[in-house]
Design a protein around this ligand. Structure first.
Ligand code: ARG
Ligand code: ZN
Length: 874
C-alpha cells in the first residue's frame, strides 16, 4: 500500500492535550491515555469518524467523556481504532497493554539492557497508544511514569518534572510536563537504573539550563565529550542562528539497542551508545568527531524540527536536510573546514549518488512511499543538506540568516512544508527561487558536461556547461535545475586569474559563483593571455557530477596549486581514480603512471603542506566509490587494481613512509584537535601501507604501537594494519589481546567486529560465520548486526562480491532472519543488493537471485517488501 503526498488532507481532529500514565512492570506495561480532542475547524463540515492509529497494541478500554464505551461503540481494526460519531469536543480515554520486554523492533516502548526507553519517530507512538500518529497534530503532553523504585530509580520524560512521590509495593512515580505543543513522534520516556552527570549552561539571555546525561554506571566516565559538545552546540546556535534553548532542562540518555544514531525528543534526546559515549581509551578520533556532530545535530533539532516541525513525512528533509546543514557548519567551525567538506562530499558521492542512481532513487521531497522508515536516507539527509547549502551559497550568509530568522519566526509552533522554508528564504532575500524548487521535486544526480575553448587572438576563454538529469524510477524528461557553480581559473605561473565576464572589467574577482539555469550555458572570460586551467565546482558548490576532459597534467597541477583546498583534494582523487580505472582488468605487471608516485611522494614528505589536507589526500579512493563510478562493475577486479596501485606506491615510497611515520609520532597529551587528528591519520596510513608490502620495520612499528598506544585511534590503527597484512600469526595474536582487554565494552567490541568483517584477510565468509557465533555477538543489537553483517556487505567488497555468489546468499539469509525481529534493520541491510544493475552480468544475475529469494520469504515485512520490490521492478 502506497501513500501519496498528493493525498494530503488536514487532520480532521486535533488533540490539544495528552495526559499519559505509564505503569511499567517486568511482564509488560499499561498505558492510560486521556486526550482532549476537538474537531479541526479547517477540516470542513459533515460527519467524519475519529480514526486513531495503533500497532501491536492490546486494547483494554475506551471511554468518551467519562463513559466507558462498549465494544459495539467503536471498531478495533488493530491498526486503527475507529469511532463513527463523536462530538465537536470531547475527552477520550484509552487503556492499552504492551510488552516492551518482547519488542525487538525497537519502535515504540522497548527494553534495552534492562532499561525502558522509547523511539517514536516516525510512527512508533502508535505502538504505545491509539493516537492520530501524524506530525501535524501537535499537543501538550503531561506524562506520569510509575515503576519499581529500586530497579528504575530514574524516570524521565519530556519537559520539566513537576511532581514525584512513592507508591505502594516499593513503586514510585515522576510526572513530567512539556509546555511546548509537539507532535507525538517527539515523545520520549526512559526508566532505568542510571547514573546522572550534571552540568549547566547559561544562555545568551542569562537563563541557567540544567544539563543532564543519564548512562549506565559502567559508562559514567564516557560522558565528558558529549557534554562539552552539547555546550559548544548551544553557544554556536545562539551565535550563528540566534537560537536560544527554551526549556529549563536538557537531557541526554545513552541506550545500547537503537535502530538509528540518535533522536531529538523534546528536552530528552536519546542516543545510540556508540554515538554519544567516548573516552580516549575506547573511542577513535572519528568517533569523537561523530559524537560532536550528532550531539549538535540532535540539539539543533530543537529549533529545526521541534519548534518548527514537518506537516507530513514527505517533508522530512525540511528538518533533516536543514539540520544536517547546520551540524556540518558547526563541525566546520569547530575543526578543519576543508577536511569536513571533503568528508561530506566523499559520503555524498559514494553513497548518495549510488542511491540516486539506483531503484530507490527519490527526490528530497518524495511524492510517495510505502514505509516511511525506508526514507531516512542519504538523499533526505545529505542531499537535503546540500540543497540548503546551495540556498546559502546563492543568498550569501547575511541574507540566509535573514531567511532562517524569518522562517523560525513565521512558523514557530507550526508543522510546515519544505515549500514554506524556501518561501521564507525568498521573502527575506528578494530572490526568486522558483526554478530552484525543482531540487525538491526531481530525483537523480544532475550531470554537468563541461567543455572549453581558448581564443588566443581575443584573449577569451569560453566555458560551455550542459546539464542533464538522468531518468529515475517514475521520472523522465526532467527540467534543468538552478545550479550554483563556483569556479576559478589558474594561470601557468600558478596564479589565480581575474574572472572578467566583460572585456576591460576592473577589479574582477578570482572566484565566482556562476548560476546555471538553462540546459546549456556559455560563459566567456576576457583579457586572458594564455589558456587557463579551470578549477571547477569549487567547494563542491552543488551535488552534481562534473565531466570535463582533464588531462593528468592538469590534475597534477591543480593537486598542488589550486588555492581551493577542497579542489586540490578533488584533483588528487580524480587522478587516482583515473589511474586505478585504467588498470582494472589489465595484467598484474601493467605499469602504474610514475607521475602518481611523484605526486604522492610530495604529499608524504613535504611537512610544510596542510597536514590535515594531506592526510585526506593520501587516502586512495574507496572501493565503494570506484564501484559507484563504474558502468558495469567487477568488484574483485576493482579491488585488485586498487590494491596494485597501493602496493606500487608503498614500495616506491617505502622510506618516505617510514620517515612520515616517525615525524608524526607525537609527544604530548592526547587531544582531539585537527592537528593531532591529522598526525594520527598520517602515521596510521603510513603503517597500513607498509604492512601491505610486508615491511618488517613497518610490522615492528605496528606491534609496538599496538602495545604502547594511549588512545583507541592508534591502537585500532595498528590492529587494522596488522589484520589486513599477511602476518597471520600477529593478526591472530593482536585480535585476541584486543578482545581480552575490551570484551566488557560493547562500543569497542563493535569496532573489533567491524575491523575483521571489513577485512579481505580476516573477513572471508567462514570467518564471518564465526563472528556471528561469537559470544559477544547479539542478533537483537543493531550495532552488532551492523558491525558484522553491515561491514561485510558494505566494506569488504571483494569478499561480498565473490564470483560464486556466496556473499549475496549470505546477506539474503541474514536479511530473512532479521526481517521478523527487526524489519527496519533488515531493510537497511538489503541496500548493497539493490545496486545489482550496476554490476557486470555474472554478478548482477546472482544479486538479483538473492533479492528474489528475499522476496519469496513468507510474511515479509512492509519495510523489506518495499525495498526488494522496487529493486526488482522495471
Ligand atoms: N530524527 C532522527 C535524527 O535524524 C532520526 C530518527 C530516525 N528514526 C527512524 N525510525 N527512522 O536525528
Ligand atoms: Zn535529524
Amino acid at each position: 500500500q502506497t501513500i501519496y503526498l498528493s493525498d494530503y488532507k488536514v487532520p480532521p481532529y486535533l488533540v490539544d492535550h495528552v495526559d499519559l500514565r505509564f505503569e511499567l512492570f517486568e511482564n509488560g506495561a499499561r498505558v492510560h491515555s486521556a486526550l482532549v480532542v476537538r474537531r479541526n475547524p479547517e477540516a470542513g463540515a459533515g460527519d467524519i469518524p475519529l480514526e486513531l492509529d495503533g500497532d501491536s497494541l492490546v486494547l483494554e478500554s475506551v471511554g468518551l467523556d467519562g463513559v466507558t464505551l462498549n465494544e459495539a461503540a467503536y471498531e478495533n481494526r488493530g491498526d486503527k481504532l475507529i469511532i463513527a460519531s463523536v462530538p465537536e469536543r470531547f475527552e477520550l480515554t484509552v487503556v492499552t497493554w504492551l510488552e516492551p520486554q518482547n519488542n525487538t523492533r525497537l519502535e515504540g516502548l522497548y527494553k534495552s539492557s534492562g532499561m525502558f526507553c522509547t523511539q517514536c519517530e516516525a510512527e512508533g507512538f502508535r505502538c504505545i497508544t491509539y493516537f492520530p500518529d501524524r506530525p501535524d497534530v501537535m499537543s501538550r503532553f503531561r506524562t506520569r511514569v510509575e515503576a519499581d523504585k529500586q530497579a528504575y530509580p530514574v524516570l524521565l520524560s519530556n519537559g520539566n518534572d513537576v511532581d514525584r512521590g512513592d507508591l505502594d509495593d516499593g513503586r514510585h512515580f515522576v510526572t513530567w510536563e512539556d509546555p511546548f505543543p509537539k507532535p507525538c513522534y517527539l515523545f520520549a520516556l526512559v526508566a532505568g537504573d542510571l547514573v546522572e552527570k550534571r552540568d549547566t549552561f547559561t544562555t545568551c539571555s542569562g537563563r541557567d539550563i540544567d544539563l543532564r546525561m543519564y548512562v549506565e554506571p559502567r559508562n559514567s566516565e564516557k560522558c565528558e565529550h558529549a557534554m562539552d559538545s552539547l555546550k559548544r552546540s548551544m553557544r554556536w546556535d545562539e551565535e550563528v542562528y540566534g537560537r536560544e534553548y527554551d526549556l529549563d532542562i536538557f537531557m541526554i540518555v545513552a541506550v545500547d539497542d537503537f535502530n538509528m544514531g540518535a533522536m531529538e525528543n523534546k528536552g530528552l534526546n536519546i542516543f545510540n551508545s556508540s554515538c554519544v559515549l567516548a573516552s580516549q581509551d575506547t573511542a577513535t578520533d572519528l568517533a569523537f568527531q561523530r559524537i560532536e556532530a550528532i550531539v549538535a545535530h540532535e540539539y539543533f533539532h530543537n529549533w529545526s524540527g521541534n519548534r518548527v516541525t514537518c506537516r507530513d513525512w514527505f517533508q522530512l528533509s525540511l528538518k533533516e536536510g536543514f539540520t544536517v546543514f547546520r551540524d556540518s557548519q558547526f563541525s566546520s567551525d569547530m575543526g578543519s573546514p576543508t577536511v569536513k567538506r571533503i568528508e561530506d562530499v566523499a559520503l555524498l558521492r559514494t553513497a548518495q549518488f549510488a542511491e540516486d542512481g539506483g531503484p530507490m532513487a527519490h527526490p528530497i521531497r518524495p511524492a510517495s512511499y510505502m514505509e516511511i522508515s525506508n526514507f531516512y536516507t542519504l538523499t533526505i539527509y545529505e542531499k537535503g543538506a546540500e540543497v540548503v547549502r546551495m540556498i546559502h551559497t546563492l543568498l550569501g550568509p547575511e541574507l540566509f540568516r535573514k531567511g532562517s530568522d524569518l522562517y523560525f519566526e513565521r512558523h514557530d509552533g507550526q508543522a510546515v512544508t519544505t515549500d514554506d522554508f524556501v518561501k521564507a528564504m525568498e521573502d527575506a532575500s528578494g530572490r526568486d527561487l522558483s526554478q530552484f524548487r525543482l531540487w525538491y521535486e526531481q530525483a537523480g544526480t544532475p550531470v554537468l558536461n563541461v567543455s572549453d575553448e581558448f581564443d588566443a587572438e581575443q584573449g577569451v576563454y569560453r566555458l560551455t556547461i550542459k546539464q542533464a538529469i538522468p531518468d529515475t524510477p517514475g521520472q523522465t524528461d526532467k527540467k534543468p535545475q538552478h545550479i550554483p557553480f563556483a569556479l576559478g581559473l589558474l594561470g601557468g605561473k600558478r596564479e589565480s586569474l581575474p574572472l572578467r565576464l566583460q572585456a576591460g572589467e576592473q577589479d574582477a574577482p578570482t572566484e565566482r559563483v556562476l548560476e546555471l539555469t538553462g540546459e546549456t550555458e556559455v560563459f566567456e572570460f576576457h583579457g586572458l593571455d594564455e589558456c587557463p586551467v579551470p578549477s571547477l565546482l569549487r567547494q563542491f558548490s552543488a551535488p552534481v557530477r562534473v565531466r570535463y576532459p582533464w588531462t593528468r597534467e592538469q590534475l597534477l597541477f591543480l593537486m598542488s596549486h589550486d588555492p581551493d583546498g577542497f579542489n586540490r583534494w578533488d584533483a588528487g582523487e580524480r587522478l587516482a581514480v583515473d589511474v586505478i580505472q585504467s588498470l582494472v582488468g589489465t595484467p598484474k605487471d601493467a605499469p602504474v603512471d610514475s607521475r602518481l608516485v611523484t605526486a604522492y611522494r610530495h604529499l608524504v614528505s613535504d611537512s610544510s603542506l596542510d597536514q590535515a589536507l594531506v592526510a585526506k589526500m593520501l587516502q586512495l579512493p574507496s572501493e565503494a566509490y570506484l564501484i559507484e563510478l563504474a558502468e558495469s562493475a567487477d568488484a574483485p577486479a576493482i579491488h585488485d587494481a586498487r590494491e596494485r596501485v597501493l602496493k606500487h606506491l608503498a614500495i616506491a615510497l617505502r622510506d618516505d613512509l617510514i620517515a612520515c611515520y616517525r615525524r608524526n609520532v607525537e609527544a604530548g597529551a592526547y587531544q582531539v584537535t585537527p592537528d593531532q587528528i591529522a598526525r594520527r591519520s598520517l602515521r596510521n596510513t603510513a603503517l597500513a601501507w607498509l604492512l601491505q608490502i610486508n615491511d618488517e620495520e613497518g610490522r615492528e612499528l605496528a606491534l609496538r604501537q599496538f602495545r604502547e598506544a594511549d588512545n583507541m585511534t592508534d591502537r585500532i590503527g595498528a590492529l587494522r594494519a596488522l589484520v589486513n597484512s599477511d602476518y597471520e600469526a600477529d593478526r591472530a595474536q593482536v585480535l585476541e589481546q584486543f578482545y581480552e582487554r575490551f570484551k566488557d565494552d560493547p562500543q569497542v567490541v563493535e569496532q573489533w567486529f567491524s575491523v575483521q568483517a571489513a577485512s579481505d584477510r580476516a573477513g572471508q565468509l567462514p570467518q564471518i560465520h564465526q563472528l556471528l557465533e561469537h559470544e559477544a555477538f547479539d542478533w537483537k543489537n543493531p550495532n552488532k548486526v551492523r558491525s558484522v553483517v553491515g561491514a561485510f556487505a558494505g566494506q569488504n567488497l571483494a569478499a561480498f562480491h565473490s564470483p560464486d555468489g556466496s556473499g549475496y546468499d549470505f546477506l539474503a539469509d541474514q536479511v530473512c532472519r532479521l526481517d521478523d525481529s527487526n524489519p527496519q534493520i533488515a531493510a537497511r541491510l538489503v541496500t548493497p543488493l539493490t545496486r545489482w544493475r550496476r554490476f557486470a552480468p555474472a554478478y548482477s544475475q546472482r544479486m538479483k537471485a538473492a533479492l528474489e529469494r528475499i522476496r519469496d520469504k513468507a510474511g515479509l515485512s512492509r519495510d523489506v517488501y518495499e525495498v526488494v520490490h522496487k529493486s526488482l521492478a522495471g
